[in-house]
Design a protein around this ligand. Structure first.
Ligand SMILES: [Zn+2]
Ligand SMILES: [Zn+2]
Length: 304
């Protein structure tokens, strides 16, 4: 199977700690890299991860709190210093357009590449990006400012050819695309070989949802049905449920409720409040509701 991975660059929340960087991660799908959120220090973490800067084609910003976007102008500037020429697209709530443009005009006058800005409607679930192998959708979230998550879905791939069978029936390679697409094969004597004998089923398409920051939304699972991997913010434990409600964040247990109702494959926790010395507390509370839960940490890589 082609790689579909998430590289964690930062999984802390707004207050700096010596343990975590603020939100940023790279979604790697079939050789392409997409940055999701860009907290302060993202470019340092990119260096540390050894991911190639030039392979990042788009940045998806969830909302305009500093812990999700303060790293952007520094990174754009660095891309310029490194001689980038390929266009970079920034998807974000509309209010960022002016702020970013003014920063670029002032600090990065001589960029040799285009920064294309695409405003996202954070109130709708809709496809905002599409290429041959992938779509990206917005997921409306509820936070103190306009905010949406992002859902990366692999497109269904074609069936796999069974070379033993195509060799046996001496089927020319020129016919392989038709067979992958479902065609039967008729031998020179007129015998019809059904497609099911010539192919193995395609891989099940995988999907990755990033939901941060948000208050607990009891109906969110409806938008995330059957997602392979869900990252859901878990700023607090149950001891700070009231803080979560007050600041429009979620507890680890609430993240797990979303994961369970949606029937996802695995749940990743992050956006930890700096008050938790040991995040295992959060992990344990989530696992009581949804067993296949994991803590994220900087430089972790998860297969979707
Ligand atoms: Zn945040
Ligand atoms: Zn926030």
């Amino acid at each position: 199977m082609e790689p579909f991975r998430v590289h964690i660059l930062g999984c802390g929340s707004a207050l700096p700690t010596l343990k975590h960087f603020p939100s940023a991660q790279v979604v790697e799908v079939r050789g392409k890299l997409f940055l999701v959120d860009c907290g302060e220090g993202t470019q340092i973490q990119l260096r540390r991860s050894r991911l190639r800067f030039t392979k990042i084609s788009a940045v998806f910003v969830t909302h305009l709190h500093g812990d999700h976007c303060f790293g952007l102008i520094g990174m754009l500037s660095t891309f310029g210093l490194l001689g980038r020429t390929a266009k970079l697209t920034v998807y974000a709530p509309a209010e960022l357009a002016d702020i970013l443009q003014r920063q670029i005009d002032f600090f990065c006058r001589d960029l040799d590449y285009e920064v294309e800005f695409k405003a996202v409607d954070t109130t709708k679930q809709q496809v905002i990006y599409e290429d041959r192998s992938l779509t990206v959708e917005t997921i409306p979230l509820q936070h103190r400012v306009h905010c949406c998550g992002y859902l990366f879905r692999e497109k269904p791939s074609l069936a796999h050819i069974r070379r033993d069978m195509t060799d046996f029936y001496e089927i020319p390679i020129s016919q392989f695309n038709n067979i992958k697409a479902g065609a039967d094969w008729t031998t020179p004597d007129g015998e019809v070989i059904p497609n099911s004998k010539l192919t193995e089923p395609a891989d099940t398409p995988r999907s990755y949802a990033y939901c941060s920051d948000t208050r607990y939304i009891p109906t969110l699972y409806e938008r995330l049905k059957g997602v392979s991997t869900l990252y859901h913010e878990s700023t607090y434990g149950e001891d700070n449920l009231q803080m979560a409600e007050k600041y429009n964040h979620s507890t680890a247990r609430q993240a797990a409720l979303v994961a369970r109702e949606a029937g996802v494959g695995q749940l990743l926790l992050g956006h930890y409040s700096s008050r938790y010395e040991r995040e295992e507390v959060l992990l344990n509370e989530a696992r009581e509701v949804f067993e296949n839960t994991r803590l994220t940490n900087e430089m972790d890589v998860f297969d979707v």
